[in-house]
Design a protein around this ligand. Structure first.
Ligand SMILES: Nc1nc2c(ncn2[C@@H]2O[C@H](COP(=O)(O)OP(=O)(O)OP(=O)(O)O)[C@@H](O)[C@H]2O)c(=O)[nH]1
Ligand SMILES: [Mg+2]
Length: 206
């Protein structure tokens, strides 16, 4: 049986005033909460490609730190959120298992920006995502998904990930709609500031 929320989400038409659609990708290591984030924030019933985890992940993916987890994304998650009357974000959640990483490069096509979701218990799982985004030249922010009391400051996380100072890093709880929305707003602000600084640079050379 569907909850009240999912019923409402099944009939959430795109606003007639929507003008700008931005493709945003949520990436990160296995089980950091990418699907959870797309689900919590999407105003339409999200499309998910979850499958029960199989033996193929044993010895490769460390599920011990996400013990309630029984499914994994095998293609991508898709959701939508309207930030204001004109701006709509189309959200794609990437699959986290290493055997599906070949899908990432396709997923990045046409992407304006990305959120790298990290779990500080498994920071090294985020390196591949950051590496691919840098390779594609896709702007991104980092969001630490809090699975309990944080053990490190955000500046310590920045240093551990060797993030440039201009890459924003924020805290979130991917299960909470408002928290996930705040992450997306932070990403849009970052994209906006990058675009205004590059137009200012162009004007100064004109
Ligand atoms: N405690 C806590 N658990 C969370 C949080 N976010 C996600 N989870 C749980 O962590 C598990 C992993 O979440 P998913 O959203 O499936 O992670 P994913 O990154 O999409 O995983 P893959 O697609 O398999 O890489 C699920 O059991 C969630 O309920 C969080 O902020 N706090
Ligand atoms: Mg997933």
């Amino acid at each position: 049986m569907h909850s009240k929320t999912s019923d409402a989400r099944e009939h959430a038409p795109l606003s007639r005033t929507a003008r700008d659609g931005l493709k945003i990708v949520i990436v990160g290591g296995f089980g950091v909460g990418k699907t959870t984030m797309v689900r919590s924030v999407s105003e339409i019933r999200p499309l998910s490609t979850e499958e029960t985890m199989t033996q193929a992940g044993v010895g490769i993916d460390d599920a011990s730190l996400v013990q309630d987890k029984t499914t994994t994304t095998v293609a991508f998650d898709f959701g939508r959120i309207s930030l204001d009357e004109q701006m709509v974000l189309y959200l794609f959640g990437a699959p986290g298992q290493e055997r599906f990483w070949f899908l990432w490069d396709r997923l990045f096509m046409g992407t304006l920006g990305a959120v790298v979701l990290v779990d500080t218990n498994r920071l090294s799982d985020s390196w591949y995502a950051i590496d691919r985004l840098e390779h594609h030249g896709t702007p991104f922010i980092v969001a630490r998904n809090n699975f309990g009391e944080p053990q490190h400051t955000l500046e310590e996380v920045r240093a551990a990930l060797d993030l440039p100072p201009d890459v924003p890093i924020v805290d979130c709880d991917a299960r909470e709609r408002d928290s996930s929305k705040a992450v997306l707003v932070e990403l849009v602000k970052h994209l906006y500031s990058l675009s205004t600084s590059s137009s200012a640079a162009l004007e100064s050379t004109a």
